[in-house]
Design a protein around this ligand. Structure first.
Ligand code: GLN
Length: 281
């Protein structure tokens, strides 16, 4: 392999600890090509500025910056989303929540006309936009406390041509007095002392952990459910792999019924949901 080629650059990145896939994605972005082009052009020479640009990205990646931030985009549920360090990088695990929401929209909420759907803590807008994309008749409202995150969500909505209402504020406060057919949320849920937070240090801490045992945001959301769901309608929550029992107990204590948990692609308990039923007297 000669120095200064595509293959040499990839080997250099591997040597500083990058995954093969990450190295390919970053080099492809620098060259404005795709991965299959790289594979067919291993002996092509890189221009010096391309090599320098790639070395910088490889160094940042090896220092822990997510590839999604370096590329400025991430695939989620069939959409390409813009991301920045103002938002959590959308994870494949969260597609479980979207799939569950779409299933309800296609079955019991199919007759609901234009179902009102709320996404609490929308970040990049990933969940709300993926739902709107696949179920255009749903009317999506998305809330986030971070103005910088809402700007990213707004820009994604425009780029994708999807219309969602974006509201600034803390959990339920921007939608006080309103009720929904479906509420979804991927709130911060990592415990404040979890060592995984070190590896996630480039992402907004606010989006990852509420501190303490990690359940405070989930508690706040569950407590507001009865005032914001129509009778018989659904709250679906993402949570940590070891929090399903705790979240089921929170939902049951708040009067939600038909509570169940679903697993993500990795087989971990990831989402728990239930429906609000008005007490009959
Ligand atoms: N699933 C993310 C992680 O563990 C955490 C996201 C969140 O707190 N909502 O990396």
């Amino acid at each position: 392999m000669s120095p200064g080629t595509v293959d040499a650059a990839l080997a250099g990145a591997r040597a500083v600890g990058l995954d093969r896939l990450d190295a390919q994605l970053l080099l492809a972005a620098v060259l404005g090509r795709d991965r299959s082009w790289l594979m067919a052009h291993g002996d092509d020479a890189l221009a010096p500025d391309q090599a320098a640009q790639f070395d910088t990205l490889a160094a940042r990646r090896s220092a822990g910056e997510p590839v999604a931030y370096l590329l400025g985009r991430q695939e989620f549920h069939g959409l390409t989303l813009q991301v920045s360090p103002a938002v959590l990088v959308p994870r494949p695990d969260t597609e479980t929540l979207v799939d569950w929401a779409l299933e309800l929209l296609g079955t019991e909420l199919a007759a609901a006309g234009r179902p009102q759907v709320l996404d609490l803590g929308t970040g990049s807008g990933a969940i709300a936009l993926a739902i709107k994309h696949r179920c255009p008749r749903a009317e999506l409202t998305a809330v986030d406390t971070s103005p910088d995150a809402l700007a990213v969500a707004e820009s994604n909505a425009q780029a994708l041509g999807l219309s969602i209402a974006l509201l600034p504020g803390h959990w339920w406060s921007p939608v006080s007095g309103r009720r929904f057919e479906l509420v979804v949320s991927n709130p911060p849920y990592i415990a404040g002392d979890d060592h995984h937070l070190d590896a996630l240090r480039h992402e907004p801490r606010l989006a990852l952990t509420p501190g303490g045992d990690g359940l405070d945001s989930l508690r706040e959301i569950v407590v507001g459910a009865s005032a914001h769901l129509h009778d018989g309608r659904w709250l679906l929550l993402e949570h940590g792999h070891d929090q399903a029992g705790a979240v089921r107990a929170l939902l049951a204590a708040a009067g939600l019924q038909d509570v169940s948990t679903r697993r993500d692609l990795g087989g971990n308990d990831r989402c728990t949901g239930g429906r609000w039923r008005q007490a009959t007297r």
